[in-house]
Write a protein that binds this ligand. Structure first.
Ligand code: AMP
Length: 614
């Protein structure tokens, strides 16, 4: 094979998919991206197998599935960022021929037999093995070591230097460059990426910008407006539905249950996946598996309508996510110029029909290869990050903060400073108040996440602002959250009156959530919405009551005020303080309604007194 890119860095993009992975390279001489196929001429399957003698990755692993189902791993990406007890994991496990067990902190661990011994592996390790294989494929093709790669995967790997971008953004780059249209006013592009195991959507605006005075330097600016998705929705789910449907049919016909037999399930699943693909262009197809179980053959048919019926709720789920992404971007669907399909499962006619109807009959862009778009965009991004490529288009990527960033407030409330899907770079300053008289130090805790209770979110770091002046409670100081274009967050605190300041920088990886975890958290937050609303109502009313105790105590402590109050009013205040403190001390038992009614009572009885005298 000819040597390419000799003497310079190579720019490689890798799409690490649940089912298939794809690798592409930027060809500077030809001003384009080339997809690299594996030695079989295919995209590489994301399968890893363990035998008594060796470890196999890719097609070699997939080809021996039937004889070694328990030790052949696929779909591993679906386990990343999940707990063993997660209902999605439990459901997947029923259909997987390989064994998954609960590890440390309930992390799912895959158990295989390798060289005669039991070996435990986490999903990230399996993904990392596939990634190594992708690098090998690129290196064989290029006959050069690959040092840099852009990997579009929502998890972190440390094996070599790389930058991660989200998959729909990579696809948008591929689309934006493929079209090569000039658009000074901007085009709103909706990327619909339905793959094997995950569903991602992104709304981006692509703009052409002339960036210097002499109008020589042209840039294509890709600005992400919002992203959304479900890390557990894709082609495998449609396959699972078919497997369940046919296992039931087999049971009815033959009075035997195949669900406990990994080999039979695996063979049925392969037949279902093939049938599913056929149904994308035919309206009916057959399933034929010789000797599926206990020597019984399984021959049956499935229509496209039936396939759609058993998956309709999943297709509708996709549309709900599309809608939520538009809402997050505050954009009406009529403002979308192009809807771009990415990912193998976007070929399903019903999915396309529903999406087209949703966008009022708009033509869907199917002209980029849905399997390759992500890897192509990643390769362009890799070329941009590397030195020495002259023809690579000048692409500027403006992303959004994929999660909300906030600070803990009194009562463990999460106060959001930068909300999810805000364009970066961004800087926001908020005012904070001390919570005690003469408070010299304020502790600042920085969180990311979508839950109402601060401690239910991910703690990124904390620091103290000391040297605050002697002042009554509610002394104000500033806290500023700034995210730069590389996603690095700096939180600083500053007190104007004393000049004290301090800050913390949260670079990346260790503390930050992976996008998989973020999506998981957003989904969880949805599920916990009712609980969170209740928590917030209670925390807010308790903070307000606490503020009343403080004000009433000050009123009776202050000699000047006390002189103006009748003894009757003073007694009333003292008894209100006692009652409120008791309610607050007993807050676990106190009902929200009781607390809220008490707050109303305090406001109606004491508001005018406090206003008048204090
Ligand atoms: P990806 O992760 O983007 O490579 O997508 C792989 C998924 O797309 C797998 O679940 C495939 O079964 C599915 N897929 C590929 N081609 C088709 C097709 N023609 N119709 C339906 N699903 C397909």
């Amino acid at each position: 094979m000819a040597k390419k890119f000799q003497g310079r860095d190579v720019a490689v993009g890798i799409d690490l998919g649940t089912t298939y992975s794809c690798v592409a390279v930027w060809q500077d001489e030809q001003n384009r991206v080339e997809i690299i196929h594996n030695d079989q001429g295919n995209k590489t399957t994301s399968f890893v197998a363990f035998t008594d003698h060796e470890r196999l990755i890719g097609d070699a692993a997939k080809n021996q599935t039937a004889t070694n189902p328990q030790n052949t791993i696929f779909d591993a990406k679906r386990l990343i960022g999940r707990k063993f007890n997660d209902s999605d994991v439990q459901n997947d496990m029923k259909l997987w021929p390989f064994k998954v067990i609960s590890g440390l902190n309930d992390k799912p661990v895959i158990s295989v037999k390798y060289k005669g011994q039991e070996k435990h592996l986490c999903a990230e390790e399996i993904s990392s093995m596939i990634l190594t294989k992708m690098r090998e494929i690129a290196e064989t093709f290029l006959q050069l070591p690959v040092k840099n790669a852009v990997v579009t995967v929502p998890a972190y790997f440390n094996d070599y230097q790389r930058k991660i971008i989200n998959e729909p953004t990579a696809a948008a780059i591929a689309y934006g460059l493929e079209k090569r249209t000039n658009s000074v006013r901007g085009r709103n592009i909706f990327i619909f990426d339905l793959g094997g195991g995950t569903f991602d959507v992104s709304l981006l605006t692509i703009k052409d910008k002339v960036s210097d005075l002499f109008k020589k330097k042209k840039e294509k600016v890709f600005q992400v407006k919002a992203t959304s998705g479900n890390t557990h929705l894709g082609g495998e789910d449609f396959d699972n539905r078919m497997v369940n449907y046919f296992a039931e049919e087999f049971k009815k016909k033959n009075k035997v249950d195949i669900t406990g037999n990994p080999r039979a399930l695996r063979r049925l699943r392969t037949a279902c996946e093939r049938a599913k693909r056929t149904l994308s262009f035919a309206v009916v197809t057959t399933i034929e598996v010789d000797s599926l179980f206990e020597g019984i053959d399984f021959f049956t048919t499935i229509t496209r309508t039936k396939f759609e019926e058993i998956n309709m709720d999943l297709f509708n789920e996709c549309l709900k996510i599309v809608e939520s992404c538009l809402t997050d971007a505050k954009m009406d669907k009529s403002a979308i110029h192009d809807v771009v399909l990415v990912g193998g499962s976007s070929r399903i006619p019903k999915v396309q029909q529903l999406l087209q109807e949703f966008f009022a009959g708009k033509d869907l862009c199917k002209n980029i290869n849905p399997d390759e778009a992500v890897a192509i965009g990643a390769a362009v991004q890799a070329a941009l990050l590397s030195e020495g490529f002259k023809k690579v288009p000048n692409v500027v990527l403006q992303d959004v903060a994929p999660f909300s960033l906030g600070i803990d407030s009194l009562g463990d409330i999460m106060t959001v400073v930068i909300s999810r899907n805000t364009s970066i770079p961004v800087k926001k300053t908020i005012k904070r108040a001390t919570i005690r008289d003469n408070q010299a130090t304020a502790n600042i805790k920085v969180y990311e996440g979508e839950r109402a209770r601060a401690s239910d979110n991910n703690l990124l770091g904390s620091f103290a602002l000391s040297g605050l002046p002697s002042a009554p409670r509610s002394h104000l100081f500033e806290v500023c959250y700034a995210i730069d274009e590389n996603g690095i967050l700096t939180v600083s605190a500053y007190d104007r009156s004393s000049g004290s300041m301090n800050e913390i920088t949260i670079t990346n990886n260790k503390e930050r959530l992976s996008s998989q975890e973020i999506e998981e958290m957003i989904r969880e937050a949805e599920g916990y919405r009712f609980k969170d609303e209740k928590f917030l109502r209670k925390a807010n009313v308790m903070n307000a009551l606490d503020e009343w105790v403080y004000k009433l105590r000050n009123a009776v402590k202050n000699k000047d005020v006390k002189l103006k109050l009748s003894s009757q009013v003073t007694d009333k205040i003292i008894s209100a303080i006692t009652k409120t403190t008791n309610l607050l001390d007993d807050n676990q038992q106190s009902e929200i309604d009781v607390l809220e009614n008490h707050l109303k009572e305090l406001e109606s009885v004491f508001q005018h007194i406090i206003r008048k005298f204090v």
